[in-house]
Design a protein around this ligand. Structure first.
Ligand code: SF4
Ligand code: FES
Length: 213
């Protein structure tokens, strides 16, 4: 693939996400969205044509700044006998993949919420690879592993908010924001994140307030 044909996401403080050269665009269940060579995706949460931008941000503007009360950026380490799990709450998009797929290890009703000896190393690695945001990674024998997605570049967008970006799609942000992991990250499409442009799970609060599921 020529460099100039690789997909790229660009954004400014006044623009939606501008996506070029994308070849795979789906919802979170794998259903394909129509592709255009250049697409604007909603980041203010107000579009009536989500996940595409319909220009709604032009009226209210885009609240693009990070909020001072966002989750502190901090890696927490959970050591087990053979593997250490690392978790950074600032990056978590709260999609629940870890909790739903391996509750013996990831259980938010327990403290500490991660029990690293609760499953085999292979099971843990398999589930960490499902984490869309970069909030989870692991170390074995002192070597840290955080980039996992080797497939074709893909964007999976939910009309309710999160925009999952997989496969090393470059983010060109005029504020210089870089994702935690380059091969997988989640952008905010609801407008409520305190850690913009990245999703921090606040779409769940928005849905609750609006009585949506
Ligand atoms: S983003 Fe990662 S850490 Fe957060 S809930 Fe999903 S799988 Fe778990
Ligand atoms: S999509 Fe906005 S906080 Fe998750």
């Amino acid at each position: 693939m020529n460099d100039d044909k690789k997909p790229v996401i660009s954004l400014t403080t006044e623009s939606p996400y501008i996506v070029v050269n994308l070849k795979r665009f789906e919802n979170l269940h794998g259903k394909k969205y129509p592709l255009k060579p250049i697409m604007g995706l909603c980041r203010c949460g107000e579009s009536n044509d989500k996940p595409y931008c319909d220009g709604a941000h032009k009226e209210k503007g885009i609240d693009w700044e990070k909020k001072p009360d966002r989750h502190e950026y901090r890696w927490k380490n959970y050591a087990g006998d053979e593997i250490t799990i690392h978790f950074n709450p600032a990056v978590c998009s709260h999609d629940g993949s870890c909790r739903d797929n391996l509750p013996s290890v990831f259980n938010i009703d327990r403290r500490p919420w991660i029990n690293t000896n609760g499953a085999s190393v292979d099971e843990i690695i398999e589930v960490i690879k499902l984490c869309p945001s970069g909030a989870l990674c692991y170390s074995i024998g002192g070597q840290r592993y955080s980039e996992f997605y080797s497939g074709e570049p893909l964007i999976r967008a939910s009309k309710k908010g999160p925009i999952e970006v997989l496969g090393g799609i470059k983010l060109n942000d005029d504020q210089g924001e870089k994702p935690e992991t380059e091969d997988h990250y989640v952008l905010c499409g609801c407008g409520w994140s305190k850690n913009k442009p990245f999703c921090d799970g606040h779409h769940l609060e928005k849905l609750k307030q609006n009585n949506e599921k």
